[in-house]
Structure formats: structure tokens, C-alpha cells
Design a protein around this ligand. Structure first.
Ligand SMILES: Nc1ncnc2c1ncn2[C@@H]1O[C@H](COP(=O)(O)OP(=O)(O)OP(=O)(O)O)[C@@H](O)[C@H]1O
Length: 323
């Protein structure tokens, strides 16, 4: 569905030195030699710190920007050259702005979009009815877009992006600013759309809840380069994040002493033990219960936020993680 080969995008920034009126010219490599393919039906998260190159990638995928070098193919098309043809095969949502008409009721905005995409009236009616139901648009179809809450507007934007039934949906921060209930609605909708209709979804987000809930595959971009491409589990292992055993001992006492295991914290009878990389939790638990009287035990998988923070900090050093 998507194929990026050695894609780069540079921007030239010209500025003037205030006092001497000298011009300077800086070249920013927003995207720097990225390659990946995304197959039909995948649900991919595209992550990266601010300024990493996410939006620039999305703009190249949707044809808003041309690549400076390399090749971009989306749904068999060259996005920058065949933007109109691509528009029929792709739905795009930018969380930070709306494609809807501010002063029109949502329903009228959606009707205008039907004309833009030349969807026939019967197909439009059927799709609008379906999207109204699954996104619960009914209560505010007649409300002008400017009066919608952020969560309502986002549901309206999702409907607008899907009215022409594209096989590919590209979302730039679709849950930004939404409350927990609206986030859950949007996530649930995207999950079903992908599972039931096979819609390919590419999503950029800073919200790691989106990633954990939705994305089987994660790509991390940093300084314009791919720092990681793979599943969440492997990402946890790659970033060296630790699994932790939280243990309640029968008697508060000295820190636990087990080979390779470091004690991270002690609070009365409770101790936090870091499981060494590559060791099995079962082996550590067996050793622990053999030597100490244990009341309770819990295994904590590394927090995904922690994993991503480590990866961002590692910066360019983590490039060997690319598949
Ligand atoms: N039109 C432009 N002109 C000049 N520089 C640009 C332009 N667009 C992006 N950049 C620069 O390219 C780099 C990548 O920007 P991009 O918007 O792709 O990052 P991002 O990962 O989407 O960041 P964020 O999470 O903050 O939205 C940044 O250094 C940015 O300043």
C-alpha cells in the first residue's frame, strides 16, 4: 500500500542577520533517507519527538510535499504528481485542523465533500448512515462545525475522511486534546474499521495510549531517520527497558541478595527487583521463593513511556535497531 525508498526531504531556511543585513542559508534535513513498506490492512504507529520529521513524512505520503530525493509510492501512485487520483484512495485527518467548513452544519459539510469526491447519492446516504451510527454523529449533524466540541469535530473529520470509502487512512495526531472518553471512542472506531473493513491505517501520535491500544507495528523516527521499525514487544527488549518484580516479604529486612538481581527500592516489607536482561522471570521467582518467605509477588512489564523515552534519548545511536 505504501512504499518509501531512500526518501529525503530538505528545507532551505533563509534568514537575515539583523545588524549587517547579511543573508544566511541553512539546510534542514527534515527526513533523511527513510525506507519502509506498509502492506494492505496494517495498522502502523509513527512516533518521534518534536521536530523528528513525522509531519513531513505524512505530507509526502499525502502529496502535499514532494520528496527532495528517493521514491514514494502510495496505492500504486506517486502522491506529489498524482494528488487528485490519490485523493480518491486515501482519507487524511490532521488533528490540529479541520477539513470541515466552519460555518456550515456538519451535515452540509459532509454533503459538500460528497460532491468533491463525486460519490453518488445512494452510496453517500448508505455510508453517512453507517458512519453516523458508529461515530454517533446523530445529535450534532445539524450543528455548525464551529460550535462542535473538539471530540465531536474529530468524529466529524473522521467521517469526512471516510465518506469516499478509501482503503488507506492517514491520521496526524487524531486524539490530540481529546478527553479520555472521546479518545476511547476514536480508538475503538479506528480499531474496528481496521479489523472489519481491512482499512490500512497510519497514525502519528504523541499519545502512547494510542500506540498500545492500536498499533501492531511501530516506527520511530528521530532526526529524520528511522530509529526503530517493528512490534512493541521487540521495542521493549531493544530499548533495554527492565522488567521489575515487586515482592512483599513476610518479614521486612535486608535488601534481597540474588545473583544478577539489583534491588531498586525498599519500602518496609516491599522490594522492587530489576530482572536482568535476558533472564527469565520464572527463574528469578523460583530462586527468590526458595530463599525468602514471600507473601506476594507481581511482575511489571516495562512502561512503554519509559521505553520510548530511552529510545529518544539514545538518539542516532539506536539506528542499528532498524530491521
Ligand atoms: N516548511 C518548512 N520549512 C522549514 N523547515 C521545516 C518546514 N517543515 C518542517 N521543517 C523542519 O523540519 C523538521 C521536521 O519537522 P516536522 O514538522 O516533520 O516534525 P514532526 O516530527 O512532525 O514534529 P512535531 O511532533 O513537533 O509535530 C523540523 O526541524 C522543522 O523545523
Amino acid at each position: 500500500m505504501i512504499e518509501m525508498r531512500d526518501v529525503s526531504r530538505t528545507f532551505v531556511i533563509r534568514s537575515r542577520d539583523g545588524r549587517r543585513l547579511r543573508r544566511s542559508r541553512t539546510v534542514v534535513r527534515a527526513v533523511d533517507g527513510i525506507s519502509f513498506t506498509i502492506g494492505a490492512g496494517e495498522f502502523v504507529g509513527y512516533l518521534g519527538p518534536n521536530g523528528a520529521g513525522k509531519s513531513t513524512t505524512i505530507k509526502m505520503l499525502t502529496g502535499i510535499l514532494a520528496a527532495s530525493a528517493g521514491s514514494v509510492r502510495v496505492a500504486g501512485l506517486d502522491p506529489a504528481r498524482q494528488r487528485t487520483a490519490l485523493a480518491r484512495r486515501i482519507g487524511v485527518v490532521f488533528g490540529q485542523r479541520t477539513t470541515l467548513w466552519w460555518d456550515l452544519p456538519l451535515r452540509d459539510s459532509l454533503t459538500l465533500i460528497r460532491h468533491l469526491y463525486r460519490v453518488d447519492a445512494a452510496a453517500h446516504r448508505a455510508r453517512l448512515a453507517e458512519l453516523t451510527e458508529v461515530l454517533d454523529l446523530g445529535p450534532f449533524l445539524g450543528t455548525p462545525v464551529r460550535q462542535l466540541s473538539l471530540g465531536q469535530r474529530m468524529r466529524g473529520d473522521l467521517a469526512a475522511a471516510l465518506l469516499h470509502d478509501p482503503p488507506l487512512l492517514v491520521l496526524d495526531e487524531p486524539t490530540i486534546g481529546l478527553d479520555v472518553i472521546s479518545k476511547a471512542t476514536v480508538r475503538g472506531f479506528l480499531e474496528r474499521r481496521n479489523a472489519e473493513q481491512g482499512t490500512t491505517v497510519v497514525l502519528t501520535t504523541h499519545d502512547l495510549g494510542d500506540i498500545e491500544r492500536l498499533c501492531r507495528r511501530v516506527m520511530v523516527i528521530d532526526h529524520g531517520r528511522l530509529a526503530y521499525d517493528g512490534g512493541l514487544d521487540r521495542l521493549r527488549a531493544t530499548a533495554g527497558a527492565q522488567r521489575v518484580l515487586v515482592v512483599d516479604l513476610a518479614r521486612p529486612g535486608e535488601p534481597v541478595d540474588l545473583p544478577g538481581v539489583s534491588v531498586m527500592r525498599v519500602e518496609g516489607p516491599r522490594q522492587w527487583l530489576a530482572i536482568p536482561q535476558g533472564s527469565s522471570a520464572a527463574a528469578v521467582i523460583a530462586e527468590l521463593t526458595g530463599r525468602y518467605e514471600v507473601r506476594d509477588i507481581a511482575l511489571r512489564e516495562p512502561d512503554i513511556e519509559d521505553v520510548i523515552t530511552r529510545l529518544y534519548r539514545a538518539g542516532r545511536g539506536s539506528r542499528e535497531a532498524v530491521q
